[in-house]
Design a protein around this ligand. Structure first.
Ligand code: NAG
Ligand code: NAG
Ligand code: NAG
Ligand code: NAG
Length: 880
């Protein structure tokens, strides 16, 4: 300071009045505190020296200050005018800093003239507004997490610089007032609402104003940022809750896409995590994409899905693998039925029996009872039936109503109907069971319908009754006749024939046997006309359904034992040698009768003697009158014919009506006629020397029994009975005379009488035999072998030697055939030893009937000699 003052003095001394001067200095100037930079504090001028030397650039300047400050500088105004202004480098504060500054303003000109003056600056107090503490004045940024509770946020601090004691409070305000925030008077900032970042409340810009008691104010900016936190649950963005899916989807099929977003992360690539919380075996969710896939077969038609096709699931979505926010959603899958099961049946082949008389309209089969479709819903589980097919079935069977599977009979199944028989009474109906929904699955059903026959027709014999006849000579096993029963019912079953009653004889319990298969009635043994002339049998026919019986009458035929008798039985004829062939010789006719044969049963044949067959009878059979014709010409000239006299033996048999087969076994009687024919040579008149024609009428008898001769033994028997009666009456009279005194008649006595009568009967038989031998003989003949004469009875055939000494001749049969028939007619079974035994037995059993037997069969004892029978010869031959 002393240096400066000295310097100034030096300057003054040098220039004096003409020296350089600072005008308006020294001076004291006031300046408000906190004046902004450039605030004019004091203006002054420079008075140049006389030389007018300009002021050196950079001058005047404040070369010193007390206290030291940089708060002022000199600013050039114009010319020589200058001013002191604030620099702003220092805040001049009245309350805190120095209040007075002495500024030494120094000026110098080119010539080195200087001046130095002091400017005293007094800082004056001005009233200052309140100030915010610290950096608060520059603004404040606050962060609040969203969702935080309303309440205290921040305490704003401000003060009044004038109030150094800090006693006077300042007031705080929010400009403009906010709904979400509030500021209490003491500077406490509150939030009044809860903030939601996602609702768009991201940040707030507020102004906080502070005022002092004198109304000065200050303000600062306040920015409040809402901090986003993970406070939001993820939200599902897929709206569907119900998904309808078909059954039987393959594993892996995506059936749903579940999507969600996290509002906290909106617009950002966020990762959400999906899962299904419901326990289920059908579906799986992709943890990251949310797609739901099928993992197991979904069969709608069975199990739980058939009961309930809805599967409910809860899907969980989280925004963090662990912790974080999560959300849940119920979704439902409804599994729909598809037609994946064909309609089917328990069985596809049916065999049904239908009675042939089943009525039209009968329901034969209802296929609905056997068929089904496993699909769970209509129309997939519905089915119908196709039109039935099958050869011949359409006219007989119908599905009624169409498609219903009900097979109804519409035709006639009559088992016997020709068309049904042709079909074998078996029908096949083919029908298909088919789905009504696509793809129309089908299955074939085969129905075999068999007609069961019913017993519609009775088993009937072809004839209401049968009458057969059989010869009593017929041997065992002879066919008698045949019965036949038929049953119009088909199929025809075997008919079994049997004899139910009848057919027993004394000799045999069964005379007849019927072939069970053919109904042919046969003899088991010979029948005896004399024992039972007529048998009445009940023959039964039985088949599987019915039985029926019929009366069969078997007439036992008495055999043909009368031989034809012809007239004339001998005749002499003469014919010219040249008689025309075919001429009825002398108009000769033979007329025959037979007592037991038809007039048409005669057959004529010429036996030995018809040399060269010149003669014939016409007709030679079938008539009781026949004519003798010349059959061939005589030819003596060539030597063919040699004899002139013909002795013809004509056989007349009664077998014409018998068929050829029968002729062999049947009884045939033969009559003979002897014809003597002389051929008269034409040109000569030679008197024939032929002896008197001798006609021998010979009747061959094999059977000596004749029913027509019954009166012979009858008369004899009657006579003997009369004789016995006389004898008995005499004895009775005698007995009465002897026992006249005895009044009683006992049963015993009667019995003895009966016994006596029986004895007489026995005696009578003997008488009959005896008298029988003395029968009447009305003919005589010579035995051609012995030449002896014998007598014979032309009716009965009985004969005896005329010489009384000769024994009763024994008979031999003329031919074996006749022998058999003769024996067979009279004594059944007598031709062999067996029958002998049988006969003996029969006689023993039948002592009472024996008389008839012996009456009718006088020749029996003779025939029973087998030796004689074997020597049979064609001629009647008495035996010695
Ligand atoms: C400011 O005032 C409020 C009431 O308006 C009060 O609750 C709070 O405690 C006060 N704060 C201070 C720091 O005194
Ligand atoms: C699910 O999404 C996938 C891929 O985005 C797509 O291929 C599929 O068809 C969707 N499935 C369904 C059922 O929406
Ligand atoms: C059976 O159903 C099918 C499909 O619905 C139909 O075409 C057909 O006519 C039906 N058949 C009968 C006989 O009703
Ligand atoms: C011959 O037979 C006929 C019937 O064919 C009969 O009328 C006639 O009386 C018979 N003659 C003699 C002689 O028996």
């Amino acid at each position: 300071m002393q240096v400066a003052v000295f310097f100034l003095l030096l300057l003054g001394a040098m220039s004096e009045d003409q020296a350089l001067h600072l005008i308006h200095l020294p001076a004291t100037s006031n300046m408000a505190e906190n004046s902004p930079p450039g605030t004019s504090v004091h203006k002054f001028s420079v008075k140049l020296s006389a030389s007018l030397s300009p002021v050196m650039p950079g001058f005047p300047l404040i070369i010193n200050s007390s206290p030291l400050t940089e708060a002022f500088r000199v600013n050039w105004l114009s010319g020589t005018d200058f001013e002191v202004v604030t620099t702003g480098k220092e805040q001049l504060d009245f309350e805190t800093g120095p209040r007075v500054f002495d500024l030494q303003v120094y000026v110098k000109d080119d010539v080195g003239v200087t001046d130095l003056q002091v400017l005293t600056v007094q800082v004056t107090d001005v009233n200052e507004p309140p100030e915010f503490q610290g950096n608060l004045a520059k603004g404040l940024e606050l962060f609040i997490v969203e969702g935080a509770n309303p309440g205290f946020l921040y305490q704003v601090e401000a003060f009044d610089p004038e109030d150094t004691s800090q006693n006077i409070p300042v007031s705080y305000f929010l400009i403009p007032p906010s709904k979400s925030f509030a500021m209490s008077a003491n500077g406490t900032l509150f939030s009044t609402t809860e903030f939601d970042f996602e609702a768009g409340h991201r940040s707030y810009h507020l102004t906080v104003e502070v005022r002092d008691s004198r109304g000065l104010k200050a303000s600062t900016a306040l920015q409040i940022n809402i901090v986003n936190i993970n406070d939001e649950v993820p939200r599902f963005t897929s709206p569907r809750r119900v998904y309808t899916i078909p059954e039987e989807l393959g594993p892996g099929t995506i059936v749903a896409n579940i999507t969600a977003e996290d509002p906290d992360d909106k617009g950002l690539t966020s990762f959400l995590f999906y899962s299904i919380t419901t326990v289920n075996s059908y579906f799986m969710i992709n943890q990251l994409t949310g797609t739901i896939q099928v993992v197991r077969r979904l069969n709608r038609d069975s199990g739980e899905l058939r009961q309930n096709p809805a599967i409910s699931l809860e899907v969980l979505v989280k925004d963090r693998p662990f912790g974080g926010q999560e959300n849940r959603k119920q979704i439902t899958f409804i599994v729909e039925d598809i037609n994946d099961n064909p309609s089917t049946c328990n069985k596809f082949t049916f065999s049904i029996m239908v009675p042939e008389r089943a009525a039209k309209g009968t329901l034969l089969l209802d296929l609905n009872k056997f068929c089904f479709d496993d699909d769970s819903e209509a129309p997939n589980n519905q089915f119908n039936f196709s039109t039935p097919s099958g050869v011949g079935s359409s006219s007989r069977f119908l599905q009624d109503p169409a498609g219903s599977g009900k097979i109804v009979l519409i035709g006639d199944l009559d088992y016997e109907s020709p068309s049904n028989l042709a079909a074998g009474n078996k029908y096949t109906v083919i029908i298909q069971v088919q789905d009504v929904a696509p793809p129309y699955y089908k299955n074939n059903i085969y129905i075999y319908i068999l007609t069961s026959p019913e017993n519609e027709f009775p088993l009937v014999f072809d004839s209401p009754s049968y009458v057969f006849a059989v010869s009593e000579l017929s041997p065992a096993r002879t066919r008698i006749g045949q019965v036949q029963a038929t049953d119009k019912d088909f199929p025809q079953s075997d008919i079994i024939y049997s004899i139910s009653t009848g057919g027993a004889s004394l000799q045999s319990p069964n005379i007849f046997w019927i072939n069970p298969q053919t109904g042919e009635l046969q003899l088991v043994t010979k029948a005896d006309y004399e024992t039972t002339p007529v048998y009445t049998l009940r023959v039964q026919a039985t088949n599987s359904e019915d039985s029926s019986s019929v009366t069969v009458t078997v007439n036992i035929l008495e055999e043909n034992d009368e031989k034809p008798i012809c007239t004339p039985n001998s005749y002499f004829l003469a014919i010219p040698v040249d008689l025309k062939v075919g001429t009825n010789i002398q108009n000769f006719k033979l007329t025959c009768t037979d007592l037991d044969s038809s007039p048409r049963s005669f057959r004529y044949s010429i036996g030995p003697g018809n040399i060269n067959s010149h003669f014939t009878f016409s007709p030679n059979a079938g008539s009781n009158v026949t004519s003798l014709l010349l059959a061939t010409r005589f030819d003596y000239a060539s030597g063919l014919d040699k004899i002139w006299n013909y002795e013809l033996l004509v056989y007349v048999t009664d077998d014409n009506l018998l068929s050829g087969r029968k002729r062999a076994g049947a009884l045939v009687e033969t009559g003979t006629v002897t014809l003597s024919i002389s051929v008269i040579p034409r040109p000569t008149t030679v008197v024939t020397t032929t002896p008197r024609p001798r006609v021998t009428y010979q009747i061959l008898r094999k059977n000596v029994y004749s029913p027509s001769a019954w009166y012979v033994p009858f008369v004899i028997t009657l006579g003997s009975i009369l004789l016995l009666g006389l004898l008995v009456s005499l004895i009775v009279l005698l007995a009465k005379a002897i026992y006249s005194h005895c009044p009683c008649k006992t049963g015993k006595h009667r019995k003895s009488l009966v016994k006596k009568a029986e004895m007489k009967n026995a005696k009578r038989e003997l008488v009959v035999e005896t008298i029988r031998l003395n029968s009447v003989f009305d003919g005589e003949a010579r035995d051609p072998v012995t030449g002896a004469i014998y007598e014979f009875n032309s009716k009965s055939g009985a004969r005896k030697w005329k010489d009384p000494l000769t024994q009763m001749p024994k008979w031999k049969e003329s031919s074996p055939q006749e022998a058999v028939t003769g024996v067979g007619t009279k004594v059944p079974g007598s031709s062999d030893k067996e029958r002998d035994g049988l006969r003996g037995k029969a006689q023993a059993e039948d002592a009472g009937l024996g008389s008839r037997n012996q009456d009718g069969k006088p020749s029996t004892p003779k025939k029973r000699n087998p030796a004689l029978t074997s020597q049979a010869s064609p001629k009647v031959q008495p035996e010695k």
